[in-house]
Design a protein around this ligand. Structure first.
Ligand code: GLP
Length: 243
């Protein structure tokens, strides 16, 4: 657990760490980076773009896999996770579009899409570093409370809490939030060689407590990180109030 004073210093620390890993990576095969959406990673993306503009890093040898995507939002929908990633990161750096993987929430065969997503990750030799955020109920990606710690990429029905929480991105209208999503599983995340979870703000204090001091269990999927040999949570002071 790494505690920084505020959101800005959390974001800077993580971006610098990722850049270091990319730059130290053996160039024969691409660096495989798992990425999240949500408000938590926005500061990291801003900082990565700044480091790219200052020529401290290139993403030409980086392949990305996003954690999740809503099912059924039409292509180009402002709130689809693909649009989010393009607007907040991909369009601002030199990453190759064909190297950016996001589950297709409009696939005509969602189950096959999930299986193929896992296969694609394996074809690239697994994920080197998975970055993630955490929900107020401790979920990572869309692994809602009750998700098996052995889960792989699959369809998940969102909990009412998550729908209400994410309604802020849908004009505060919960009925516009998709009810299902494709998400990588807890085990997909834990199979990455390194995992970094961002936990910032008072509203993440309970998740941080459950994740760090609670037992490892499927109701707070962030707790699985305790079993990862290279699992890091980077948080701000505000998130530590229940520790
Ligand atoms: C969604 C995403 C998660 C994210 C969570 C928290 O449920 N699927 O990946 O961690 O929201 O979002 P935020 O970072 O906006 O608090």
């Amino acid at each position: 657990l790494i505690i920084k004073p505020d959101y800005g210093t959390v974001s800077e620390w993580i971006a610098k760490y990722i850049v270091q890993k990319i730059n130290l990576h053996n160039g024969d095969k691409p660096f495989v980076l798992g990425l999240p959406t949500g408000s938590s990673p926005l500061g990291v993306y801003r900082e990565l773009i700044r480091l790219y503009e200052n020529k401290k890093v290139s993403f030409q040898n980086v392949v990305t896999f996003n954690m999740d995507e809503y099912i059924g939002l039409e292509k180009g929908h402002a709130q689809s996770y693909r649009t989010f990633m393009e607007e907040n990161f991909f369009n601002h750096v030199d990453i190759l579009p064909e190297n950016c993987h996001i589950p297709d929430g409009n696939s005509c065969d969602i189950n096959r899409e999930c299986i193929q997503y896992e296969e694609k990750i394996l074809q690239y030799g697994g994920i080197d570093l998975f970055l993630g955020g955490v929900g107020e109920d401790g979920h990572i990606a869309f692994n809602e409370p009750g998700s098996s710690l052995q889960s792989k990429t699959r369809i998940k029905t969102l909990t009412n809490d998550t729908i209400l929480n994410n309604a802020r991105f849908f004009n505060n209208n919960p009925s516009d939030v998709p009810k299902t999503a494709i998400t990588v599983g807890v085990s997909t995340i834990m199979s990455a060689r390194e995992v970094i979870i961002i936990a910032c703000g008072h509203n993440k204090a309970r998740s941080l407590k459950k994740g760090v001091e609670g037992s490892v269990n499927q109701m707070w999927t962030i707790s699985a990180l305790q079993l990862h040999p290279k699992g890091i949570i980077v948080c701000d002071e505000d998130a530590t109030t229940e520790l």
